[in-house]
Design a binder for this molecule. Structure first.
Ligand SMILES: Cc1cc2nc3c(=O)[nH]c(=O)nc-3n(C[C@H](O)[C@H](O)[C@H](O)COP(=O)(O)OP(=O)(O)OC[C@H]3O[C@@H](n4cnc5c(N)ncnc54)[C@H](O)[C@@H]3O)c2cc1C
Ligand code: SF4
Length: 465
């Protein structure tokens, strides 16, 4: 009999094997493991896990169905609140969301809510179970910009309410960061992302790819000429930041966004694709978030000796613990408390190394984390032929600069009301990374959900006038 205070361990690919392939690392629970893990849940009356979930899934109710072996019922409960459960079950930071306040976690380990969600969604897909069909059409048209988690969620919720919804997506595939950023070994593209996008389309949502709003069509045209009564902007934060240090223009320096997009969306790691990729022998990734871990683990799988340079200490790493643990297991080397000051180049302007300076932690800064301070005279060099900058991203200014009356803040994020998604411009709503700056899938989904409600209220109020 398993220890009820501990999570049922999940199956994973061996680190030595997976370091050389792009197949999914985590293999998930089987039926018996899922039911056993579900039986650890206390089915709390005052379920704290729900308050930790930005889309308010009825967690005890779905876990109860898993415990009883009623997986189809469990799926229908989840899909009332989430259009993307197989995705969230894989990439959400459950440790700081639903699993953080889980009552089981007080004396033991919290319930593996994410792994159970993933199991249910995978089981539903494998058994052809779909979300419940939407209400009848109500004759109102809404446009969504961007087919990332915020746009897909907003679209799905509006379609369920009967709206005629069209998503305009700049890329040739729907999914946003889920298809271009997060690697295949964490989130399979065809099996998982494409299948959940199909479920959203199954609710009646139309997706027009290869349409850059702000170039092909503007928001004002959508509202004034195309008959849309409201627009939701879920265009993300896809513009990479750089450090501004000498040598950053050299051959062999990439933004993590470009490096990952070449691999994930453009499939550079596959021999049957022509997408060029720089297969470095020694790669240094700068940064400590999920993006840095993804870039490092991708470089490692492409055959590089891979190092991460991060200016604070292990305790401040913003990446999910699971991702840091997986990166270490696979052989990524971490250099904590050091910061690049220069990219070193050879006579042809190719990267030959990176000069760093050691740091120590000073007083807390505005983020509450201790500020890293340079230790004078502590510079050292790391040899490298590739440097990947994973320093964060900001929203692309295209939409704001082509939409009259849409206010942004000094970080170029669209200003929107947190509870309704409404912006400074009438009939225009926004949410996700375009509003918050780079955040998480589930926060983007929560914002899409709130905006769907905001749009429904807005259109109903206007129709009643
Ligand atoms: C490499 C990487 C790893 C990550 N790992 C995690 C993780 O493990 N867990 C987690 O929770 N979060 C993770 N995140 C963050 C998470 O993916 C984002 O917070 C989330 O995707 C934001 O969703 P969104 O819908 O706001 O924007 P996005 O996912 O960025 O989607 C925006 C979409 O809008 C489209 N678009 C942009 N401009 C236009 C335009 N003008 N016209 C039409 N379409 C447009 C874009 O092409 C894109 O498809 C990661 C991010 C990255 C980059
Ligand atoms: S808080 Fe934990 S134990 Fe309680 S219902 Fe939620 S998942 Fe189950």
């Amino acid at each position: 009999m398993a220890d009820v205070m501990k999570k049922i361990p999940v199956r994973e690919q061996d680190p030595h094997v997976r370091a050389h392939n792009f197949d999914e690392v985590c293999l998930g629970y089987d039926k018996e493991q899922a039911m056993e893990e579900a039986s650890r849940c206390l089915n709390c009356k005052n379920a704290r896990c729900i308050t930790g979930c930005p889309v308010s899934i009825n967690i005890p109710a779905f876990i109860h169905e898993v415990k009883e072996g009623n997986f189809a019922e469990a799926y229908q409960i989840i899909s009332l609140s989430s259009s993307l459960p197989a995705i969230c079950g894989r990439v959400c930071p459950q440790e700081s969301q639903c699993e953080g306040p889980c009552v089981r976690g007080v004396k033991g380990e919290s319930i593996s809510i994410g792994k159970l969600e993933r199991f249910v969604a995978d089981w539903a897909r494998e058994n052809g179970i779909k979300p419940a069909p939407p209400a009848e059409k109500n004759g109102h048209k809404v446009a969504i910009i961007g087919a990332g988690p915020s746009g897909l969620t907003c679209a799905g919720d509006l379609a369920r309410l009967g709206y005629d919804v069209t998503i305009f997506e700049a890329l040739h595939k729907a999914g946003g960061v889920l298809v271009y950023g997060i690697p295949e070994f964490r989130l399979p593209k065809e099996k998982v992302v494409a299948a959940e996008v199909e479920n959203v389309k199954g609710l009646g949502v139309k997706i027009e790819t290869d349409v850059v709003v702000g170039k092909a069509v503007t928001i004002d045209e959508l509202l004034n000429d195309e008959g849309y009564e409201a627009v939701f902007i879920g265009s993300g934060a896809g513009l990479p930041m750089f450090m501004g240090i000498p040598g950053e223009q050299a051959n062999g320096v990439f933004s993590a966004n470009e490096y990952l997009t070449r691999n994930n969306l453009m499939q550079a790691f596959r021999d049957d694709y022509d997408t060029p990729i720089f297969r470095g022998k020694k790669v240094v990734v700068v940064g400590g978030g999920n993006v840095a871990m993804d870039a490092a683990r991708t470089a490692l799988r492409l055959g590089a000796d891979t190092h991460i340079v991060y200016r604070r200490s292990e305790a401040e790493l913003p990446a999910r613990q699971e991702e840091v643990h997986h990166a270490r297991e696979e052989g990524v080397v971490f250099h904590m408390l050091c910061n690049p000051v220069e990219i070193l180049t050879d006579e042809r302007s190719y990267v030959r190394g990176i000069r760093c300076i050691r740091m120590e932690l000073g007083e807390p800064d505005a983020s509450g984390r201790r500020r890293p301070v340079e230790i004078p005279g502590s510079e050292f060099e790391i040899e490298a032929d590739t440097v990947i900058m994973a320093l964060g991203t900001t929203p692309n200014p295209l939409i704001a600069s082509t939409t009259i009356g849409l206010d942004t803040n000094r970080r170029k994020c669209i200003i929107a009301d947190e509870t309704t998604g409404s912006t400074s411009k009438e009939a225009v709503f926004a949410g996700g990374d375009a509003v918050t700056g780079a955040a998480t899938v589930i926060l983007a989904m929560g914002a899409g959900k709130a905006a769907a409600k905001g749009i429904d209220d807005f259109i109903k109020a206007r129709s009643a006038r």
